[in-house]
Design a protein around this ligand. Structure first.
Ligand code: F6P
Length: 320
């Protein structure tokens, strides 16, 4: 490997910049040049890239977003577009590509690998929902952002005796909701992996209010149902719960990464470059049973980590 390309793709997540820095500086440390591709796979098609040196990735370690910009590219799903992308990379002398992103981005990387461009994916998404890893960069920051927001909302819920419903992101996974739910002491957490009906939610709320509670927090993962549905149901079917709804939205995607995210970003970066150097390619870097490993894309599907059942039960045991 003489020169790598690096790009960020899909939804941004806090810590992506720390990965760009880590990948760039560690590659240079190992004598490998670096080309930064702008706007994910779109940048390959538009032929937009910049050479990266040590200084060009200075002062980004603590910033959210991605200095390389990102995009979701429909066009890149076509094989002809992927060939064009590879041509552009080769014209720049790139002989290995590091992709930072989520599931869709990893699929793109896998396609490029099959067409002859070695790739490594570093998991970057707040959702924590990728095969081949227990941890994705940005997750910890998103959970802490939700915690901070809920702590503020809790003040009002308590003061006004209200049921606060907070909708969080996560796509089809409930990791953000569950981890934030435990951390903020929510009474009820709704995740797509588990079924709770609206009447069941009401039953739980009534039971805890009968035990003397006057306010409650419900965290709703967007993949389970909308916060609006829960809000409307409680409003129409209870007498004095006085619900409020907050949809946190993009607040969860931005902001300075936590120590855990920057630390994992740096360690994943090192593993990505070392993998390419040692001929391990077309693989995702991930945390598997607490070890940082590179797993080939095809094998990654065997390592699909689910939400922790005990944690799910605990949130409700503690929240009553
Ligand atoms: O994958 C990250 C994520 O923020 C999800 O949690 C959410 O469902 C989605 O992206 C939102 O996507 P968009 O950026 O297209 O609005």
């Amino acid at each position: 490997i003489h020169k790598i390309g690096v790009l960020t793709s899909g939804g941004d997540s806090p810590g992506m910049n720390a990965v760009i820095r880590g990948v760039t500086r560690y590659a240079l440390y190992k004598g490998i040049a670096v080309e930064g591709i702008l706007r994910g796979y779109e940048g390959l098609l538009r032929e937009e890239s910049i050479p990266l040196d040590r200084r060009s990735v200075g002062e980004i370690i603590h910033r959210g977003g991605t200095m390389l910009k990102t995009a979701r590219s429909e066009e890149f799903k076509q094989v002809s577009a992927q060939h064009r992308g590879i041509q552009y990379l080769r014209s720049k002398g790139v002989d290995g590509l590091v992709v930072i992103g989520g599931d869709g981005s990893m699929k793109g990387a896998e396609c490029l690998g099959k067409l002859g461009m070695p790739t490594i994916t570093i998991p970057g998404t707040i959702d924590n929902d990728m095969a081949g890893t227990e941890y994705t960069i940005g997750f910890d920051t998103a959970v802490n952002t939700v915690l901070d927001a809920v702590n503020r909302i809790r003040d009002t819920a308590f003061s006004h005796d209200r049921v606060a419903i907070v909708e969080v992101m996560g796509r089809q996974a409930g990791f953000i909701a569950l981890h934030a739910g435990i951390a903020c002491g929510a009474e009820i957490v709704l995740v797509p992996e588990k079924n709770i009906t609206l009447p069941e939610i009401k039953k739980r709320l009534v039971a805890s209010h009968q035990q003397g509670k006057t306010s409650s927090i419900i965290i709703v993962a967007e993949g389970a149902m909308t916060g609006e549905e829960v809000y409307q149901y409680i409003k129409e079917n209870t007498a004095n719960m006085n619900p409020s709804l907050t949809v946190l939205g993009y607040i969860q995607r931005g902001g300075a990464p936590t120590a855990r995210d920057v630390m994992m970003a740096s360690v994943f970066s090192e593993k990505a470059i070392d993998s390419l150097i040692h001929g391990v390619e077309n693989a995702i870097i991930g945390l598997v049973h607490c070890e940082v490993v590179a797993t080939p894309y095809e094998a990654a599907q065997q390592y699909k980590f689910a939400i922790n059942n005990d944690m799910y039960n605990l949130v409700h045991a503690l929240g009553q």
